[in-house]
Design a protein around this ligand. Structure first.
Ligand code: IPE
Ligand code: IPE
Ligand code: MG
Length: 246
């Protein structure tokens, strides 16, 4: 899995749709929250592995705008888990030089979670070893609406001329402003859809789907995904020219 001349280099940015916690728990005749709790161990292991491989950006889809429609006890259970996770992880993030960012609308999160989130983002602001994006109350379409409103406002105020609006302007108004687009998207849990995740940023990502449910997705499965990525040929619309061909 090392970077070699033959292989596609390791991705700079990996995005993951962490799916399958509920079904993992149901298979074990346990409540869904049991699966979410087990999923936190995978989160730790994947963050640690990403950091040790020197991959600069990791984005984890933790809670979507649509997930607010789940039963109240599951939502509050997830919020409690998030709160405890953030509190317990601050020290490790600082030690490993990991900067936390939030993609999404923190205003919808419960006050205590929001406070802890803002503090963790603040405390890790100077960390430069890796950026960890947690997508929380995140929706790709809502992110685009947010960006379009901000750009429209600038146009109305005269701070942005519509004819200067480019793809870069749009990228600069997303939650991921200043970050590279994900090179690799992993979705665990067997579904093959995007579920409103990073609709703009994923336009040229390599997609990797696995039936492994998130609580079982550990270092070895992650390596497999990265190896598959490295075996892919990314052409970006071009063709490959073989130097020895006539
Ligand atoms: C993903 O697991 C975690 C969240 C969406 C918060 P799910 O809870 O969607 O698990 P399944 O898909 O029902 O198994
Ligand atoms: C996507 O999983 C959201 C997260 C992993 C946070 P879902 O389980 O909510 O997606 P759907 O409902 O299967 O599309
Ligand atoms: Mg799911």
């Amino acid at each position: 899995m090392e970077d070699t001349e033959k292989n596609t280099p390791l991705p700079s940015h990996v995005a993951i749709i962490m799916d399958g916690n509920g079904r993992w728990a149901e298979e074990r005749k346990r409540p869904r929250l049991f699966g979410h709790k087990a999923g936190v161990d995978s989160v730790r292991e994947i963050i640690e592995t990403t950091r040790s491989l020197g991959i600069g950006y990791l984005t984890l889809y933790a809670f979507s705008t649509e997930n607010w429609n789940r039963p109240a006890h599951e939502v509050s259970g997830l919020m409690n888990l998030l709160q405890r996770y953030l509190q317990s992880e601050l020290e490790t993030m600082l030690k490993n030089d990991i900067r936390l960012c939030c993609l999404g609308d923190p205003d919808r999160l419960p006050k205590e979670v929001r406070k802890t989130l803002v503090k963790t983002i603040d405390d890790t602001r100077a960390c430069a070893g890796m950026t960890l994006n947690l997508a929380l109350s995140y929706g790709g379409r809502s992110e685009l609406v947010h960006a379009m409103q901000a750009m429209a406002e600038k146009c109305c105020r005269g701070d942005l001329a519509w004819e200067n609006l480019t793809e870069t302007t749009i990228s600069d108004h997303l939650f991921t402003a200043g970050q590279p687009d994900p090179d690799l998207l992993i979705r665990t849990g067997g579904e093959r859809r995007l579920s409103n995740f990073l609709l703009w940023q994923l336009s040229y990502a390599e997609l990797y789907f696995t039936d492994v449910k998130w609580p079982d997705f550990r270092k070895d499965q992650f390596f497999k995904a990265l190896e598959t990525y490295q075996s892919r040929q990314r052409r970006f619309g071009r063709i490959v020219v073989h130097l020895d061909a006539e």
